[in-house]
Design a protein around this ligand. Structure first.
Ligand code: UDP
Ligand code: MG
Length: 316
């Protein structure tokens, strides 16, 4: 018989050997104090440092509440969390980053909001400790995303969130390769809310996201949840086509009435370059969608698991 579990904590881990000991030290006491039946699901996302060894040592220490999924390679934070969701058994699931940027001590805040009947609890960082360009970029992307996708998240960068079992089950039915979990979950939520949580500097180690991968992530967020970029583009195409049609008519009339023109070569260049630029951007945008379609169609597994460390359910 499966034991009923109240709370699952899902934590993706990628090259976090520097923070893991501190994470264990702070996380377990918080959860033990809650007097809930809980489990912690760590997903080692193909770390190349000693993270896997640290995780299995921790599993040896607390096999009753610890489960470790070891990936075969690096599949990315969101796929790691998806694997954690599939393995999680709790009635409520909380995702947390391994780097201690969100204090585990705030977990009870999320649970309290769930007690009030919310099935999705997002979080807002009280005070951000990120570099200024991260701060600025995420504000800009937040605004754009909200317009395009109608997903309301005050702070999309904060992964400390709580979900009900119903949302997790629905997410587990989705087969998308590229996704952004808080946004996906938001779409299935009936009664979402947000709470303010603490935010600290990364405890140790360094951010796994470069500027480039942040841009990629935001493309995922936009194209996975909205067709508006494509639709805007066809609108723009219509305007440009209309404008250039008008230009043709004007030039034709001018030629018939005044005669052929000589000057204005560079104006012509400018116009042509503008149009080529727009066309190239459009092709790139199409590529974004087609690339996603291609990857979905191939239907490769989202991740490959090398091993799972967990206690067998039947006591021997
Ligand atoms: N992470 C992961 N796989 C990756 C990159 C990151 O599992 O390919 C994990 C990482 O270990 C951490 C979380 O995702 O627990 C967030 O990463 P990070 O703190 O580097 O991101 P940031 O806070 O800079 O956005
Ligand atoms: Mg972080």
């Amino acid at each position: 018989m499966t034991q009923l579990i109240d709370l699952s904590i899902v934590i993706p881990v990628y090259n976090e050997q520097a923070v893991l000991p501190a994470l264990f030290e702070r996380l377990y006491p918080v959860l033990d104090a809650l007097a809930l039946r809980y489990e912690i699901v760590f997903i080692n996302d193909g770390s190349r440092d000693r993270s896997a060894a640290l995780l299995s040592a921790q599993f040896e220490q607390r096999p009753d509440v610890t489960r470790v999924i070891l990936f075969n390679g690096n599949f990315g934070q969101h796929r790691a969390i998806l694997a954690g969701f599939e393995y999680s058994r709790g009635q409520r699931v909380i995702t947390l980053d391994a780097d201690l940027q969100n204090p585990p001590e705030d977990i009870p805040l999320l649970l309290a909001a769930m007690e009030q009947g919310h099935d999705y609890v997002g979080s807002i960082r009280r005070q951000r400790h990120d570099s200024w360009w991260r701060h600025w970029a995420s504000r800009a992307m937040n605004g754009l995303r909200e317009k395009l996708t109608h997903i309301k998240m005050t702070d999309q960068g904060c992964m400390m969130r709580a979900y009900s079992r119903r949302i997790i089950d629905t997410i587990n039915q989705c087969n998308e390769l590229h996704t952004f979990i808080p946004a996906l979950a938001y779409q299935f939520a009936q009664n979402p809310t947000e709470v303010v949580v603490g935010h600290e500097e990364r405890f140790a180690g360094e951010s796994k996201y470069s500027l480039y991968s942040l841009i990629r992530l935001n493309f995922d967020l936009m194209t996975a949840f909205s067709l508006v970029p494509l639709q805007l583009f066809s609108l723009l195409g219509m305007l440009v086509a209309g404008g250039s049609g008008l230009l043709v008519v004007l030039l034709l009339l001018r030629r018939l009435i005044i005669g052929p023109e000589v000057g204005g070569v560079f104006t012509l260049f400018a116009l042509v370059f503008l149009l080529i630029g727009i066309a190239l951007f459009g092709i790139g945008l199409l590529g974004e969608y087609i690339g996603r379609i291609y990857q979905e169609v191939r239907g490769r597994p989202r991740y490959v698991i090398a091993a799972v460390l967990e206690q067998s359910e039947e006591p021997v």
